[in-house]
Design a protein around this ligand. Structure first.
Ligand SMILES: [Zn+2]
Length: 283
């Protein structure tokens, strides 16, 4: 395969990313969450408690990361979210209540983006430029809406194992997509809740040692081919006392290899825009 040029002569790129969803999602959107305190506290545990462990691991390993945050979470836990920014990590769009954008018309998508933009500015003092689609799919107008809000990159789709450009009809600007994949979603191996039974049909979490081996194997393949790897990790899932060692071990394994460029999403996007005229997928 052709080799990709990364900064500082690096062999491959790692863009660690965490989705700080808290209790947002379907149950909040349909109102049922208010009657389900068990589910609510399971989600709230992420920003309220588990996030701290991730920030400590990132600080001790000295690697940057990107946090995709539904802005309702920012309104409920502003201090914790400010700590992310103060630590030098990137905060980026992830809806307000984790709305699945593919179910929203373009008007509603703009309302959600405008709401998020204001909360990020008012409570965190930032102008976000990245976006990860809640629940993983776009509506037909989403790419256009994102460009209108100054978004430069998305980390939502799965079309490649390198960043790529998404062109938008009638727009001169394009989005950089940093594809994320389920292999590096901690839900796939570590999530389990009884009520609701989710993920449906998965009644046991995976052995932790095997989870770490899987994550490291994904990195090893990406590094060998000089690609870009990102993660879909959730503090409430993988930053519990018995699991944080997995994240520590994963980062330590990657750092033990030569030539890994650890970067925030916006830096990956800027680099890709400056140096690569890669294959594009029309949006
Ligand atoms: Zn999410």
């Amino acid at each position: 395969m052709e080799s990709i040029v990364w900064p500082e002569g690096a062999r491959s790129c790692v863009a660690l990313a965490f989705d700080l969803d808290g209790p947002t999602g379907d149950a909040m959107l349909d109102g049922s969450l208010r009657h389900n305190p068990g589910h609510f506290t399971l989600g709230a545990y992420g920003p309220y408690r588990a996030l701290r462990r991730i920030l400590e691991v990132l600080a001790s390993q000295q690697v940057p990361a990107t946090f995709f945050i539904p802005t309702w979470v920012v309104t409920q836990w502003p201090r914790q979210c400010r700590e992310i920014v103060e630590a030098g990590h990137e905060v980026a769009y992830h809806g307000h209540l984790h709305e699945p954008f593919w179910t929203l018309d373009d008007h509603r998508q703009r309302e959600v983006m405008a709401c998020s933009r204001k909360i990020f500015a008012d409570l965190l003092g930032i102008q976000a430029e990245g976006f990860r689609t809640p629940s993983g799919d776009w509506g037909k107008d989403t790419a256009k809406v994102l460009l209108e809000f100054g978004v430069t990159y998305s980390s939502s789709m799965r079309g490649d194992d390198r960043p790529y450009f998404v062109n938008v009809e009638d727009q001169s600007a394009s989005l950089v997509e940093i594809p994320a994949r389920w292999e590096l979603d901690d839900y796939a191996s570590l999530a389990y809740t009884q009520a609701p039974d989710f993920p449906a049909g998965l009644d046991r979490i995976a052995p932790y040692r095997q989870v770490l081996e899987n994550w490291c194997a994904e990195f090893d393949g990406s590094h060998a081919e000089g690609l870009c790897l990102t993660t879909l990790f959730h503090p409430k899932v993988s930053a519990r006392p018995g699991r944080i060692a997995l994240l520590e071990g994963f980062i330590a394994h990657m750092k033990s290899q030569h030539g890994v460029w650890f970067a925030r999403g916006r830096e990956v996007a800027a680099h890709w825009r400056a140096h690569h005229a890669g294959a594009s997928i029309d949006g």
